[in-house]
Design a protein around this ligand. Structure first.
Ligand code: 6PG
Length: 501
């Protein structure tokens, strides 16, 4: 039975996970290439009287030696930046690892790196498990949501440890389940972050409408979010709950902290990398129209370059400045905004799950969707009781099978989206009038419309493509419905007497 754990990387997440493991009786031996992080972790352990169980190491080899004495297989947990950092750690560890050892990578790693490392380690008989860990540093301390993927037998060997430390749902069930082979665990965490980004954009846009459009004070906006969080549709939604806190928080001079937060969201490590970017790449490559998620990501990217925005604002001379919204009945408009938020949140999940379905079809992952949703139901950043229980009931296996129809065909979901559609439309109409900035909300509406229509403007696009590119088209009412190129061509003729096309 594993009783010792080697922890590589003790930044904000790794140090908290070290304390969490120790609190549950495991001996944690940790190493980080940054001495300040080592010192910080040691003093945090001291503060909570866990220093005998959380012990710093001088090197990878010392760490492996300390973990080895009575535990087989050895478990080494990573919590490090993605990419090169992981490769370097593995290089450092490899001489001290032996057959049967398990590396559990709890970082936000790209699933492609995970799969590459799994292959590289296979000849040595060393297992590499890619595990999503969600909930930020607070959940890392209290119990995160965990999505391990890789060799099933290796995961089985460590599952009881993960169950001990993972977040628990209301019934006390641990929010960790085996996701699937290969890089599926990290892929699922990447998607989680994509969904998270979509939801965060939606709630930020709703907050903007409340404060800039309707002129609510931060305290009033906080109160609105608190009420939303008690409504059945948005009940116990973590991002709404912390949104209420963000609005209320004051500094020691009694100023609202949110009032002086700059409006730029920069990607931490490298702008061209990160879970948000990878989700968008996957969506584009798989032809999976994750419009809300993509739009939220691009919005975030645009926000990061404040200097550029300052220059272009001068050129546009504030023509598109926001204007207060004129609404007849403020309370009922806020209620519409609540339903619009629900509509968009649902679609963030729909887009994420459909993307996962397409990926697992290609990879043969056979994801158990209710199990996955259970992983996200507590501890994770995207936890939202009302939405999770609805999705749990509709993500049944036949529908989510690779050749199934996906969840947008579900009647229960359709009912929820239809009853919140008009509210979303009215919010978009009003918000556009007031030059509000609503990329994710408006894209959710468009996504739902084009996903559920059989008469799209692309009829005309297809005709133009055939005109100049011999693209071929299907005849309306006759062509096959599948996503295959059409079979019919027409020799389109320029109008007589016209010159330039
Ligand atoms: C979580 C979060 C966490 C976080 C990332 C995103 O589940 O705990 O998803 O992983 O969101 O730090 O950060 P960036 O998007 O800035 O990379």
């Amino acid at each position: 039975k594993i009783q010792k754990i080697g922890m590589v990387g003790v930044g904000s997440m790794g140090s908290m996970m070290s304390l969490l493991f120790a609190e549950h009786g495991y001996h944690v031996f940790f190493f980080d290439i940054e001495q300040s992080k080592m010192d910080d972790t040691q003093s945090k352990a001291q503060d909570v009287n866990l220093h005998e169980y959380v012990v710093g190491q001088d090197s990878y080899s010392q760490l492996c030696k300390s973990v080895s004495s009575d535990s087989q297989p050895r478990l080494i947990v990573f919590s490090i930046p993605h990419g090169l950092a992981g490769d370097k750690c593995l290089q450092g560890l490899l001489p001290s690892l032996t057959t049967g050892d398990i590396v559990l990578d709890c970082s936000n790693e790209n699933y492609k790196n995970t799969e590459r490392r799994q292959e590289e380690l296979r000849p040595y008989g060393i297992f590499y498990v890619g595990c999503g860990v969600s909930g930020g540093y607070q959940s890392a301390r209290a119990g995160p949501s965990m999505s391990p993927g890789g060799d099933r037998e290796a995961v089985e060997k460590i599952l009881s440890i993960l169950r001990t430390v993972a977040a628990k749902d209301e019934g006390g069930r641990p929010c960790v389940n085996y996701i699937g082979p290969g890089g599926s665990g990290h892929f699922v965490k990447m998607l989680h972050n994509g969904i998270e980004q979509g939801m965060m954009s939606v709630i930020a846009e709703a907050w903007y409408i409340l404060t800039r459009g309707l002129g609510l004070s931060y305290d009033e906006a906080g109160q609105v979010l608190r009420q939303w969080n008690e409504s059945p549709e948005l009940s116990k939604c973590f991002l709404i709950a912390i949104g209420a806190d963000v609005n209320r928080e004051k500094d020691d001079k009694s100023n609202h902290v949110v009032s002086y937060v700059q409006d730029k969201v920069v990607q931490d490590v490298d702008e061209s990398e990160g879970t948000g970017t990878w989700t968008c790449e996957e969506a584009v490559r798989l032809h999976s129209p994750a419009a809300t998620i993509l739009s939220a990501h691009l919005f975030r990217c645009a926000s990061a370059d404040l200097k550029k925005r300052m220059k272009t604002e001068k050129v546009s001379k504030g023509t598109f400045a926001t204007k207060p919204l004129q609404v007849d009945d403020q309370d009922s408009f806020i209620e519409q905004l609540r339903m619009a938020t629900y509509f968009c949140f649902l679609l963030c999940f729909v887009q994420g799950l459909n993307l996962l379905r397409q990926k697992s079809e290609k990879k043969g992952w056979e994801i158990n969707y209710p199990d996955l949703l259970h992983v996200w139901s507590a501890g994770s950043i995207i936890r939202a009781d009302g939405i999770m229980s609805l999705l749990q009931s509709i993500c049944s296996w036949p529908r989510m099978k690779p050749d199934g129809d996906g969840i947008l065909t579900d009647q229960t979901l359709e009912k929820e989206l239809s009853r919140s559609f008009d509210s979303t439309k009215n919010v978009v109409l009003k918000a556009v009038e007031g030059n509000m900035i609503i990329p994710a909300i408006s894209q959710s509406l468009e996504y739902y419309k084009y996903s559920t229509h059989t008469e799209l403007p692309t009829q005309f696009m297809e005709a133009e493509l055939d005109y100049f590119g011999h693209h071929n088209f299907d005849i309306r009412g006759h062509g096959p419905g599948e996503a295959k190129k059409g079979s019919h061509h027409h020799e389109w003729k320029p109008a007589k007497g016209t010159s330039d096309k």
